[in-house]
Design a binder for this molecule. Structure first.
Ligand code: ZN
Ligand code: ZN
Length: 78
């Protein structure tokens, strides 16, 4: 069993500081790389199967790598 480690993207915080204010963007989902499904064929939990995530360029945004949990990799068996 692999232990989830602190997310390297957000350093375990679960969120990132948005770089700048601006328009909201739809980003390619980092979990499924835009395919909308996991390698095991399940609907991607990160984007709900759309392959894209709307990113709000506010003060803080949820870390897309760990989906706000602060840990990576995510457990597949939730
Ligand atoms: Zn996805
Ligand atoms: Zn993270």
């Amino acid at each position: 069993m692999k232990k989830p480690e602190p997310c390297p993207e957000c350093h375990g915080k679960g969120w990132l500081e948005a770089a700048r204010g601006g328009e909201d963007e739809a980003k390619l989902c980092g979990l499924c790389n835009g395919s909308g499904s996991t390698p095991t064929g399940r609907t991607c939990g990160g984007c709900g199967g759309t392959g894209r995530i709307e990113v709000r360029t506010g003060e803080r945004q949820k870390c897309l790598k760990c989906m706000g949990t602060g840990r990576f990799p995510l457990s597949e068996d939730l």
